[in-house]
Structures are given as structure tokens and as C-alpha cells.
Design a protein around this ligand. Structure first.
Ligand code: C5P
Length: 206
């Protein structure tokens, strides 16, 4: 555990590996982790069930969120649609900020953590990889979860979400100016983790 509140913001493109790295950091540095994509997935899921996006935020429940299958392409797409809605983003902001302000700190991963949610985070990373490589990774993950899907469909979903996330007006996907950028296209998870932990270790020594 760090001697001060250690807030780490990890942003990046879909299926870039940011979730895996965030979980590993949370585990090794004993800080809680929030996958903020799940919040948007939960709202997208509820919208698919017929709820209004803003009222869907009021139904947010961590236990329901964990119980639902939110990793499908249908939900990914619905999530990136609701993520364009400024009212949804505004309502989710306080929840994310209060998670980040826990004593001891936290790791949050998403699209706007370093830019909007935690602009004062101690450390910021921006994780990316080529769309083809990310599609192959997500494809394997979805097959492992028992989904039947084609690689092409996964690639198309990732490209469409990149486009939507990057070009929306409110909180677009952009690296914070002070984020350390890592392109994981040709790196293993162990190599990415070694790179991020070097940055964290040097911050902890300050
Ligand atoms: O990270 P994940 O792929 O689960 O996120 C699903 C969608 O939620 C993203 O495509 C993006 O549109 C939205 N999102 C966001 N801001 C965040 C996290 C996710 O807009 N901080």
C-alpha cells in the first residue's frame, strides 16, 4: 500500500489490454479497481431493455452489474451510443470521482479518466494497439466466454466504437497531455506490466 492516496488513471481504446493491466496493478498495489466501461455497458444494457438512458443510471447496482453478461457486441455498441449522452456522463461522473477518492487511492480504467474524471491523478497511462490486434484479442476472449462470433464482426465493432468514442463532443477519447502512452501491439501483457510498474515505482519513490 502506498503512503499516500495513489490514484492511477488508465485510458485507452477498446480491447487495448487496459483492463488486464488495471486489474494487475490493483492486485499488486492493493488499491481498488473500477472498470468504468462496465458502467456504460450497464446503462447500454438497460437501454436495450427499453429504459430511458438517464433513468437507467439511477438503477446502477454493482451486484447486478457483476451478474449480467455485459461483454456482448450488442451491449458494447449500446454502451458507446449512451456514452455520447452528456446527461449520462454527468450522472456517472460523481460515482466515478467518489470511487477515486477512497482513502489509499484507486485505479480506474476507461476513456476519460485522466482528462475528465481524475485530472489530478498521480499517474496516467494511455494504452493503445492496432485495431487488428485488438480485434484478435477480443475475439479470443469472446470465444473463451462461449460467444459465437466472427473475427470480422469484432473488428468492425472495434473500429466503429473507436470512431464514436474519438469523435463525440463530450469527453472524447484523447490521451491526457501528461499521460504516458504505451502501444501494446507488439508487447506481451508481462512487458506492458513491466513498463507501467516502472512508472509506478518511480512515482512511489518521490
Ligand atoms: O471499456 P469498454 O470497452 O468496456 O467500454 C464500453 C464503452 O463505454 C466504450 O466504447 C465507450 O463508449 C464507453 N466508455 C466511455 N467512457 C469511459 C469508459 C467507457 O465513454 N470512461
Amino acid at each position: 500500500m502506498a503512503k499516500f492516496d495513489l490514484v492511477i488513471a488508465i485510458d485507452g481504446t477498446a480491447a487495448s489490454g487496459k483492463g488486464t493491466i488495471s486489474k494487475k496493478i490493483a492486485h499488486n498495489y492493493s488499491v481498488p479497481h473500477l472498470d468504468t466501461g462496465l458502467l456504460y455497458r450497464f446503462v447500454g444494457y438497460k437501454v436495450l431493455k427499453g429504459f430511458d438512458p438517464v433513468s437507467a443510471v439511477d438503477q446502477l447496482s454493482m451486484s447486478e452489474m457483476e451478474a449480467l453478461d455485459l461483454k456482448t457486441l450488442k451491449v458494447s455498441n449500446a454502451a458507446s451510443e449512451v456514452a455520447k449522452n452528456p446527461l449520462v456522463r454527468a450522472k456517472l461522473l460523481e460515482f466515478q470521482r467518489s470511487f477515486a477518492s477512497q482513502p489509499g487511492g484507486a485505479v480506474l480504467d476507461g476513456r476519460d479518466i485522466g482528462t475528465v474524471i481524475c485530472p489530478n491523478a498521480n499517474i496516467k497511462f494511455f494504452i493503445s494497439a492496432s485495431a487488428e490486434i485488438r480485434a484478435r484479442r477480443r475475439y479470443k476472449e469472446l470465444l473463451g466466454l462461449g460467444h459465437s462470433i466472427s473475427l470480422n464482426k469484432v473488428l468492425k465493432d472495434i473500429q466503429e466504437r473507436d470512431e464514436r468514442d474519438t469523435n463525440r463532443k463530450d469527453s472524447p477519447l484523447v490521451p491526457a497531455v501528461d499521460a504516458k502512452k504505451i502501444d501494446t501491439s507488439d508487447m506481451t501483457i508481462a512487458e506492458v506490466y513491466a513498463s507501467v510498474s516502472r512508472v509506478i515505482e518511480s512515482e512511489l519513490k518521490k
